[in-house]
Design a protein around this ligand. Structure first.
Ligand code: AMP
Length: 214
């Protein structure tokens, strides 16, 4: 099963993607997580990506596309995968389609987690991420057991630079101009499904399970 998660930054697509990956035992491929891991390790890719991420802009395709092309060619992706944060533009979607076509494959579902902009801005301000393991929380919806401390590894949780209000506005405008056209792109392919991302997380997941026939 090959699934793309679509949705504005902060719509909750990452959380849903992780649950899909767990349930169907397929890899969860998040370009944002790959970049953040590179930033943490201090790689050249990380340094280059950070400059764009901190401004709320997309990381250029020459740094992004090959990462995904290489990743989906790996053996553990044979049974499928869930893409979270890729593609983020029509050109990226076209490369993905071409890559899969060469392998005799195609995407099965593009699931749009739909949340209005005003909810997004509120949500992102409450988001916290662990400085060490990257686990994400929300001060109201998914709080840590101890305030400011990651449940998983005990490190500090912080508001990520790219979740700061001014950056969120920029990310939303980038989403509307570059990423939202993918909704029409996948509708034309007949694989677009939409879920109401304002529902509680468990209900969003139930809606996704129904779509995937689980
Ligand atoms: P995310 O965690 O998916 O919200 O991604 C965080 C940031 O990483 C984004 O705001 C972009 O700067 C960058 N990024 C992630 N995925 C992509 C992509 N497919 N294309 C370009 N930039 C990306």
């Amino acid at each position: 099963m090959k699934i793309i998660m679509l949705g504005a930054p902060g719509a909750g697509k990452g959380t849903q993607a992780k649950q899909i990956a767990d349930k169907f035992q397929i890899p969860h491929i998040s370009t944002g997580d790959i970049f953040r891991a590179n930033i943490k390790e201090g790689t050249e890719l990380g340094t280059k990506a950070k400059a764009f991420m901190d401004k709320g802009e997309l990381v250029p395709d020459e740094l992004t596309v090959q990462l995904v092309v290489d990743r989906i060619a790996k053996d553990d992706c044979k049974r499928g995968f869930v893409l979270d944060g890729f593609p983020r533009s029509i050109p990226q979607a076209e490369v993905l389609d071409e890559t899969l076509a060469k392998m005799g494959e195609k995407m099965d579902y593009a699931i749009d987690v739909d949340v209005p902009d005003e909810n997004i801005v509120n949500r992102m301000g409450g988001r916290r991420a662990c400085v060490n393991c990257g686990a994400t929380y929300h001060i109201v919806n998914v709080p840590t057991k101890v305030e400011g401390i990651c449940d998983k590894c005990g490190s500090e949780t912080i508001l990520r630079d790219d979740d700061k209000p001014e950056t969120v506005q920029k990310r939303l405008s980038v989403y509307h101009t570059q990423t939202q056209p993918l909704i029409e792109y996948y509708k034309k392919q007949g694989i677009l499904k939409s879920v109401d991302g304002t529902l509680p997380m468990a209900d969003v997941f139930k809606a996704i399970e129904r779509i995937l026939g689980a």
